[in-house]
Design a protein around this ligand. Structure first.
Ligand code: FER
Length: 249
């Protein structure tokens, strides 16, 4: 494992790269955590290990205001994360051992993979949004976030999340995100994975999302939660099978 930082406009982003053994060249998968998450979460490590087992290099990245990357949580927003992920993609593309680039991300990171694929459709061989938080822009446009209501006509300067705060800009920026338009721009293979007992992001969002893609598959994991607390093995099995299928093409 190699641990380092990638810089996005002066912001240091924490990265860990795991390599498969005995390979001169291989595909690389970028792996991104969710809102309040980081690269050492069980499901993020499981995805990285699974990718390495399948012969992929796994590049886990922490986005602005999360983990050991620069920035404060309360200052993060989806524009900063979009900028971060574009920097990560450019870095990954600059590595000469990389054959193809894949991207996966969980929840807010899953939403980010959808946006990244729409912005850079030619860059990815495949995209794997895990329980993507498509509810964030949808709810923000309706005046709520994480169950907290706010005034659409007077977006607050700050949202109090109890143990944390979030700037109002996060809300206004989330309102500007139209993930469906980005889904329609990406035509490569997509695998969505979502537990139907997800308490944070209802599975209906992935059921809707799959219709916007022309080459997407949805694996619903019965009884599982937002972070695959009960059936991580099923999430990983679907993930590995898709990587193998896609590489064979
Ligand atoms: C929300 C619903 C779900 C939200 C975040 C989530 C920030 C989950 C995000 C994650 O786990 O990445 O309203 O607002």
């Amino acid at each position: 494992m190699r641990e380092f930082y990638i810089t996005d406009n002066g912001i240091k982003l924490h990265a860990k790269l795991d390599m498969p053994t005995n390979k001169e060249k291989c595909p690389l998968i970028l792996i991104i955590h969710g809102f309040t998450g980081h690269m050492e979460e069980t499901h993020i490590i499981a995805a990285a290990n699974a990718a390495v087992e399948m012969g992929f290099a796994a590049l886990r990245m922490e986005m602005y205001g999360h983990g050991m990357s620069d920035g404060r949580f309360e200052d993060h927003d989806l524009f900063k994360w979009i900028s971060n992920v574009l920097a990560a993609i450019d870095y990954a593309k600059s590595l000469d051992f990389v054959t193809d680039l894949y991207i996966t991300g969980h929840s807010q990171g899953g939403l980010l993979t959808i946006l990244a694929a729409g912005l850079r459709p030619g860059d990815f061989k495949a995209v794997i949004p895990l329980s993507p938080a498509l509810c964030i822009p949808d709810e923000a446009r309706k005046g709520s976030l994480l169950g907290r209501e706010f005034d659409l006509n007077n977006v607050p300067k700050e949202l109090d999340l109890g143990d944390r705060k979030l700037k109002g800009d996060y809300l206004s920026i989330a309102q500007m995100i139209h993930a469906e338009e980005m889904m329609e721009k990406y035509h490569g293979p997509v695998l969505l994975i979502h537990g139907d007992a997800d308490e944070a992001v209802p599975v209906k969002y992935s059921i809707e999302a799959v219709k916007f893609y022309d080459n997407a598959k949805l694996v619903v994991i019965p009884g599982d939660t937002h972070c695959y607390d009960y059936h991580l093995n099923q999430m990983i099995a679907a993930f590995k099978e898709f990587l193998q299928e896609t590489e064979r093409r």
